[in-house]
Write a protein that binds this ligand. Structure first.
Ligand code: GLV
Length: 302
């Protein structure tokens, strides 16, 4: 069985499995030969260009296992009969940790103090703080739960929103009434047609004066122009690991908008994720080989 994997580490962790031939394709350089023989494809972390055409030619493909939680780069092009699985859980620790770090960085003004340090300036002043604030988690899945676990101890109130309401979790329809209550709004929703552009001028206008928007979801969830307008008005601040477009081109107005802290989609790019993804790949391949049900199969909305 031929498998394309995104790294030598992934090939190594599968090397003892019977009848498995791994070919490393990390997304750089030319595509390996023999796409039409591949049965399992684990695409690289960064989405591959021309994926629609590539998938259309992978006639023996049975399983597409992403190394990301988001499957938006592949889902629209999935051929009939191919099972799509995501890496749910793999990036929970890294992403939740990033979100807490980003909140604290912005509220405690670390980027400004870092700039002052480079200039050799002692800029004493009071800053914001996370304690006593209300954090609204929009998208309360596996990463949202990991974030909430990490927020315990920070003396915050947590509000939760998910697609469907459940105990202690509000439904999306309740979001407009919750936005004005939050000091920090954290976006963790998957990128779907429903969430694309969800954070528009109306969403942002409903946020409290001085509130912080944290985006660890996808850039396209936020209307960038509307966010830039709010940042320029000095009404909101933002911590963004994802942007639209991505990579954010030099000279884009978001780079220089006041009150924004940007990281280049790195929340899940850590050794913790690297370790977890190898464990997931091995367990998924063992299941696939044994004909057992796979984990993290994406069927309906995810
Ligand atoms: C990262 O962006 C992911 O979807 O896991």
């Amino acid at each position: 069985m031929k498998i394309w994997v995104p790294s030598k580490a992934a090939a190594d962790v599968l090397s003892d499995l019977p009848d498995v031939e791994c070919v490393v394709y990390d997304g750089t350089g030319p595509l390996p030969e023999g796409a039409e023989e591949v049965e399992v494809w684990v695409p690289p972390l960064m989405p591959v260009a021309g994926v629609a055409g590539l998938l259309a030619g992978m006639s023996r493909l049975r399983l597409l296992q992403t190394v990301t939680a988001g499957v938006d780069a592949y889902r629209p092009y999935l051929p009939e009969g191919v099972v799509l699985c995501n890496a749910r859980g793999v990036h929970d620790a890294g992403t939740a940790e990033w979100a807490v770090g980003a909140m604290i960085a912005v509220l405690r003004e670390f980027p400004g103090f870092a700039a002052a340090q480079r200039a050799g300036e002692w800029t004493y002043h009071h800053t914001g703080v996370l304690a006593d604030s209300t954090v609204l988690i929009v998208g309360h899945g596996s990463i949202g739960r990991a974030l909430e676990a990490r927020l315990e101890g920070f003396e915050v109130d947590v509000l939760r929103v998910a697609r469907t309401a459940r105990e202690n979790v509000h439904g999306m329809d309740e979001l407009p009434g919750l936005l004005p209550l939050a000091d920090v709004v954290v976006l963790l929703v998957p990128s779907t047609p429903e969430t694309t552009g969800m954070v528009d001028a109306g969403f942002l206008a409903a946020m409290k004066d001085g509130a912080l928007l944290v985006n660890a979801a996808r850039g396209g969830v936020v209307d960038t122009g509307a966010l830039v307008a709010e940042l320029r008005a000095g009404r909101l601040s933002a911590a963004l690991d994802v942007t639209d477009p991505e990579p954010l081109p030099a000279g884009h107005p978001l780079w220089t908008a006041p009150g924004v802290f940007i990281t280049p989609h790195v929340a899940g790019s850590t050794p913790a994720s690297a370790r977890r993804v190898l464990r997931l790949l091995r367990s998924q391949l063992l299941r696939h080989l044994a004909g057992e049900p796979l984990k993290n199969v994406i069927t309906g909305p995810y």
